[in-house]
Write a protein that binds this ligand. Sequence first.
Ligand code: IP8
Length: 264
Amino acid sequence: MTNDGLDSGSDGAAPPVVLKLGGSLITEKDRPETLDDERLAAACDAIADALADGTVDRLVVVHGGGSFGHHHASEHGVSTSAGTRDPAAVADVHGAMTTLNRAVLDRLRDRDVSAVPVHPLSLAARPDGAGGDLDLPLSSTSTLLGEGFVPVLHGDGVATAGAGVTVVSGDELVVELAAGLGARRVGVCSIVPGVLDAGGEVIPAVDSFDAVADALGASDATDVSGGMAAKVRELLALDAPAYVFGADGLGPFLRGEDAGTRVD
Ligand code: IP8
């Protein structure tokens, strides 16, 4: 079922838009704990404009790890499938992600966006172990939305049965949020303008993984949670239409237009 915006969300209110800001967009991915301030500011401007214009009224933002989370996760050998029981490693990964989260929140609030943090490490679990389903309770996010806030989640550590703490990617959170909140549209904004074919051209629409599997390579910089192939797989599983686009696509996406590649 595709939720085209006419239905109510799971709490009876208008369905939200779920937007991921990729770590590659908002950080300098190859320089540890370094923001890409210009791109982050432009993304926050687009979000603030869309909320001020009313083109989006309910929005959940998720951001990735970029050079914050991924750097620490790979130093400690932690990924979506490999966990740690070292509390210092958990503190490093989570601490870097909350630092990045604060930077995003500050810039959104500077633009009068009612952005508030939701930290997955404090909420979520993989009760069936690494590789198992993510349990992400949505009551706080959905109540915050209903109260007029813009919840801002992020890739993080997640309690994982039998493995300690593994990584939960922003993409996985996007899928859970979109499904659980009955999202109207889903956007994944990164530094690539969409899903690219073998010749480097943006594929306008993807409706099956097999059709694009050959063209999807791994991410160049350190990325413990899978690159574009994993993103496309996860987005294809959604009911809501999802779009993968670059920085230039963010404004159009938030205005309800097509941007980059539609994954549906
Ligand atoms: O950048 C991963 O989130 P992603 C976050 O969305 C960490 O894959 C903690 C590495």
